[in-house]
Write a protein that binds this ligand. Structure first.
Ligand SMILES: Cc1cc2nc3c(=O)[nH]c(=O)nc-3n(C[C@H](O)[C@H](O)[C@H](O)COP(=O)(O)OP(=O)(O)OC[C@H]3O[C@@H](n4cnc5c(N)ncnc54)[C@H](O)[C@@H]3O)c2cc1C
Length: 328
């Protein structure tokens, strides 16, 4: 057997599952393709149900990068000026006291005019796109003490560059809550790193295109590789990254509720499921078939439009990992 557990999908759910199983001493391979919803998200996590260990995992995963350094309920401003509730804070997250909003010309992540209009309490400014020193000079000219800016730095430069920008400008800087920007990417990267550090073999840029009861076909460009496993975990996401959900043994399209196929519980192979996987779509609920599990937004009822976010999918994965571990 190539691995004890093969996890398909490296978003928040797949990483959490891989981390937990690896920590339990299992040989875990994580195969993932495409950009997960996790990396497109605002990267802000709100605890909806208590789990101390999961909170600790999140804190530890971000620690080295200055992410999730504090736990506190905060309503931070989004790029539109609405409020977004979160439970974990990184150093530059709490924008609730800010009075000024500074956009950077050419940076579409944050429009201070819109934020000012919606909040009615932020003064908008625009500054030129420039290097760090010049940006600091421009921010220095803004009279307000705390300024909301768009996210500017990737995970490796986030802490040091924000610190430098604050020191040079003499202002407190806070990041707007933005989707499709750097915070989601930072979150994704730190979760992948945490899974790797726990011992997970991460195969990025590869897609599972076919599965049988004991093995999966993994595609990387024109190359194909077969990997055998003891258990399979489907963590391929939903809607954004996919589109089908498994409800019991029934694969259905989630928005319209169309039944796509019945999956026989003893033999996993099904033309529809294979087709779903090969098009990057796979979605499933709980224990899908013998030795097959699912976690995260792929599970029926766990998708973002149903108000289930990062914490929910990670909690789902955390709990599902226990079932996988106990079953093996
Ligand atoms: C724009 C946007 C903003 C959001 N903002 C927030 C937020 O701020 N806070 C919050 O709590 N939630 C937010 N969410 C929701 C949150 O991002 C999702 O609930 C969460 O990321 C889902 O995680 P997941 O691991 O289930 O799926 P994903 O993160 O989508 O990961 C699934 C991965 O599996 C891969 N995959 C699928 N099929 C295969 C295959 N056959 N082989 C290999 N890999 C495969 C996919 O390509 C993808 O990379 C947001 C969502 C979006 C879209």
């Amino acid at each position: 057997m190539d691995c004890d557990v093969l996890v398909v999908g490296g978003g928040a759910a797949g990483c959490t599952m891989s981390y937990r199983l690896s920590k339990a001493g299992m040989n875990v391979a994580l195969v993932t393709s495409g950009t997960p919803a996790t990396a497109m998200s605002c990267g802000r996590i709100k605890v909806t149900e208590e789990n101390k260990e999961l909170r600790q995992f999140i804190r530890q995963a971000g620690e080295k990068y200055g992410l999730f350094t504090e736990e506190r309920e905060v309503q931070a401003y989004t790029n539109k000026g609405t409020l977004y509730s979160q439970s974990f804070l990184s150093d530059y997250d709490d924008s609730s006291q800010a009075r000024a909003a500074a956009g950077i010309e050419g940076n579409k992540d944050f429009n201070p005019d819109l934020a000012a209009r919606i909040t009615g309490r932020l003064t908008p400014y625009w500054i030129r796109q420039a290097d760090l020193d010049e940006t600091a000079e421009s921010l220095k000219e803004i009279p307000e003490e705390m300024i909301i800016i768009p996210p500017l730095f990737d995970i490796r430069h986030y802490r040091s560059s924000m610190k430098k920008l604050e020191e040079q400008s003499g202002r407190k800087l806070r990041e707007a809550v933005t989707p499709l920007s750097l915070p989601g990417k930072r979150l994704h990267e730190c979760l992948i790193q945490a899974a790797k550090a726990a011992g997970t073999r991460v195969l990025e840029g590869r897609k599972v295109t076919d599965i049988t009861a004991q093995s999966a076909l993994i595609q990387s460009g024109i190359r194909e590789q077969e990997m055998t496993y003891g258990a399979l975990v489907l963590a391929g996401g939903n809607l954004i990254s996919g589109g089908l959900v498994l409800d019991g043994n029934m694969v259905r399209e989630p928005l319209l509720g169309i039944n796509v196929t019945e999956v026989a519980s003893t033999r996993l192979r099904s033309a529809e499921l294979t087709e779903a996987l090969s098009s990057g779509i796979c979605a499933h609920g709980c224990r899908a078939a013998a030795g097959v599990y699912a976690c995260g937004s792929i599970v029926a009822g766990m998708s973002y439009p149903l108000n289930k976010g990062l914490w929910d999918v990670m909690l789902n994965a955390w709990n599902a990992a226990e079932k996988v571990r106990d079953a093996l």
